[in-house]
Design a protein around this ligand. Structure first.
Ligand SMILES: Nc1ncnc2c1ncn2[C@@H]1O[C@H](COP(=O)(O)OP(=O)(O)OP(=O)(O)O)[C@@H](O)[C@H]1O
Ligand SMILES: [Mg+2]
Length: 265
């Protein structure tokens, strides 16, 4: 487990302005908190709200947007890294959800070892690509590694996902701390996932908020609470988005409420 005190102390730097204002990255400290499922559902809900959306699989180690959706895209980030095509050409329409997807490279090995300079260029290309969309949702890998932070730095908004597990909360705090040190003023919002109830989720948020206010002097907003819901696992097992399979489930309603609030602000 990473604790906040294990992290390298980074000297605060002036905030480089977020380049992709309509890019929303979905991050977490600890893995397995529901980022990929949330990214897919967020992209789907934004698309249902009439926005032109791209879902970008930015988890270079274990890309799995395509797996949760049961897709076998012919083009992916691997094709771009290999120089066979541009980012733009590697996007495929996901007709079912009404949005585009830029898949990672889940079937054929990892992209985690791309040199940072190449990654930075990819990040720049992503920002250019984001001009063709209303919103770009980036599903990040867990943790605070350089590859993850590279994509996070392109985002106008970072959704930090946590659950009620103490390790997940500590690691979410660690992510927020590192991001704040690197880019003070970053718009970070908290998503509490797999909460036993909305109220319980809000309590979890308040715990994290207190730590952020006490130690970092920042107050990240609550994007929303998503309740624990068996329909989530069922949708993933069936490789169907929850907004298609169980649009009236609690978890689906919670994500739609998050999107409604997002589009209002
Ligand atoms: N609201 C929810 N209610 C119930 N189960 C959930 C919920 N959200 C996510 N899950 C469960 O959590 C599991 C992990 O989800 P997911 O793969 O999206 O997490 P992740 O954060 O992307 O993981 P990784 O860090 O490995 O990329 C899913 O298989 C699903 O069963
Ligand atoms: Mg994931």
């Amino acid at each position: 487990m990473t604790t906040a005190s294990d992290l390298p102390t980074l000297a605060p730097r002036p905030a480089p302005r977020a380049k992709g204002r309509n890019v929303m990255a979905v991050a977490s400290g600890k893995g397995g908190v529901g980022k990929t499922w949330f990214s897919i559902t967020l992209a789907h809900a934004l698309s249902r709200a009439g926005r032109k959306v791209l879902l970008f699989d930015g988890d270079l180690g274990l890309a799995n947007v395509d797996i949760q959706l049961g897709l076998m895209p012919k083009t992916d980030l691997g094709s771009v890294v290999a120089g066979r095509m541009t980012l733009n050409q590697a996007c495929v329409p996901y007709t079912e959800g009404g949005f585009d997807i830029l898949a990672g490279r889940s079937g054929s090995g990892t992209l985690a070892n791309i040199p940072l300079s190449r990654l930075q260029l990819l990040g720049d290309d992503l920002v250019v690509l984001s001009n063709s969309y209303d919103k770009v949702v980036v599903d990040l890998g867990a943790g605070v590694e350089k590859t993850t932070r590279n994509f996070a730095q392109q985002a106008g908004t970072i959704m930090v996902v946590t659950t009620d597990e103490p390790t997940s909360l500590t690691d979410a705090y660690a992510f927020i701390k590192v991001t704040h040190m690197e880019r003070p003023g970053t718009d970070m919002r908290i998503v509490v996932n797999m909460a036993n109830s909305t109220r319980e989720g809000e309590r979890i948020y308040n715990t994290l908020l207190k730590a952020c206010e006490g130690f970092l002097k920042i107050s990240p907003q609550l994007a929303g609470v998503i309740r624990r819901d068996l329909k989530v696992r069922e949708a993933i097992r069936n490789q169907t988005p929850i907004l298609t399979r169980s649009p009236n489930s609690e978890a689906a309603a919670d994500v739609e409420a998050i999107v409604e609030r997002l589009l209002r602000t």
